[in-house]
Ligand binder design. Structure first.
Ligand code: ACO
Length: 370
């Protein structure tokens, strides 16, 4: 029998697959298909970066126009999925609602090719995220407006207000930052499900379940709650010191790969400042975030991650906190689809081992003799 290798806890430092989709590095760099995140953040659109991640290269002008038109065409959600959403109690977490809705989509979207399924699930996510929230709050579902770009339309559906060009652009920057991040917990989950040859809806439903946790995508919502609790820059240091003394996690800090800087966090930090300046509302939120960042770095040498600055950006854009993690999911689903397909290109079912440390050789005792 072949020797069983023991992997470290959390599979830290273990490569379990080859990928060409994205690469994050301890030196604080991130690339999608070989392109630096900074360049995509500054110059690309959500649709163009999505094309890049799905197909491995930047589109031509014609290809991009065709792709954008397809995403618009697929963005409507079947109404029976909304019926499913309406049956969920109002107090449910929005990630639970979204996970149920995506699972419902899988039971509905029969008769289309797998490529159409993949594009439609990506295109439907913004509509679903906005409308799961709206329905849950007793509002009518919003219909996507085909005259707007995907990000402007998405922000409009989330807030009920037509965004300025800069607000829509800022929101789109965050969607680009969230698109993909190599083999994180949710992408790995998606690949495990893909390896069983289950469909894309099953894989994405599982991805959503993994993303919900506060150690992963749930951190943006938790970071916002924490920032609201801290309140002012002056409270940052005592809050951080007390939390660390109690061995509590500071949400939006730390990362398995990035030990000194998360490049996405630095881009988002600059964006938060620009957004606040444009809105003329003062820099209190920025100063609060910076004070928390300095306090965590001084006490524990942990850098902020993307979720820490995503939270106040979404808040500044007027987006409801409950939808922060669903928004992350609606972008990251692009990476999941790419991982799903990459897994299938060179598939073998994931079936690791576990070291058995339980009882052995016990004698069964009948119920009435116990
Ligand atoms: N607050 C307090 N302590 C922390 C934090 C934190 N945010 N992050 C790590 N630590 C501590 C760990 O407990 C550990 O302490 P110890 O050595 O005393 O036991 C030490 O720092 C080193 O931890 P790592 O090995 O670097 O962390 P790991 O790779 O296991 O976990 C994780 C990474 C889950 C992101 C962790 O940093 C964390 O829980 N952060 C808070 C949640 C969060 O922001 N998640 C979002 C991640 S990014 C994303 O998913 C998009």
């Amino acid at each position: 029998m072949a020797e069983i290798l023991r992997a470290p806890k959390g599979l830290d430092g273990v490569a379990v697959a080859d990928t060409t989709i994205a690469k994050s590095d301890a030196d604080g760099t991130l690339t999608y298909r070989g392109y630096a995140i900074k360049d995509l953040f500054e110059s690309s659109t959500f649709e163009e970066s999505t094309y890049l991640i799905l197909y491995g290269r930047l589109p031509t002008k014609g290809e991009l126009e065709e792709f954008e038109a397809k995403l618009k065409r697929y963005s409507m959600v079947p109404h029976n999925v909304y019926e499913l959403v309406k049956a969920i109690p109002n107090e449910a977490h929005q990630m639970d609602v979204l996970r149920t809705a995506v699972s419902g989509l899988g039971a509905t979207e029969g008769g289309i090719s797998s490529e159409e399924q993949e594009l439609s699930i990506i295109a439907q996510m913004p509509t679903l995220v906005a409308n799961c929230y709206r329905l849950n709050r007793g509002m009518e579902p919003a219909e996507p407006d085909p005259s707007l770009s995907l990000s402007a339309n998405y922000l409009h559906m989330l807030t009920g207000k037509k965004p300025s060009d800069f607000e829509a652009w800022s929101f789109e920057r965050m969607l680009i930052l969230y698109l993909e991040h190599d083999l994180n917990a949710s992408a790995f989950t998606v690949r495990v499900v893909a390896s069983t040859l289950a469909d894309i809806y099953s894989a994405c439903t599982a991805g959503l379940a993994a993303l919900k946790g506060p150690l992963h995508g749930g951190a943006n919502e938790a970071a916002m709650q924490m920032l609201l609790k801290i309140g002012t820059a002056a409270n940052a240091r005592p809050y951080v010191q007390e939390a660390l003394a109690k061995r509590e996690k500071i949400m939006g800090f730390g990362h398995r790969v990035y030990k000194t800087v998360d490049p996405r966090s630095q881009l988002a930090k600059k964006l938060l400042r620009e957004l606040l300046e444009k809105q003329g509302k003062g820099l209190e939120t920025y100063k609060l975030c910076e004070a928390v960042e300095s306090a965590v770095w001084e006490s524990k040498r942990l850098p902020s991650n993307v979720d820490f600055y995503a939270a106040p950006i979404f808040m500044t854009l007027g987006i409801p906190i409950e939808t922060f993690t669903p928004i992350f999911a609606s972008s990251r689903i692009v990476g999941w689809v790419a991982h799903y397909n990459e897994q299938l290109m060179d598939n073998r079912i994931y079936r690791p081992d576990a070291t058995y440390i339980g009882n052995k050789g016990l004698n069964y005792v009948p119920l009435d003799a116990r």
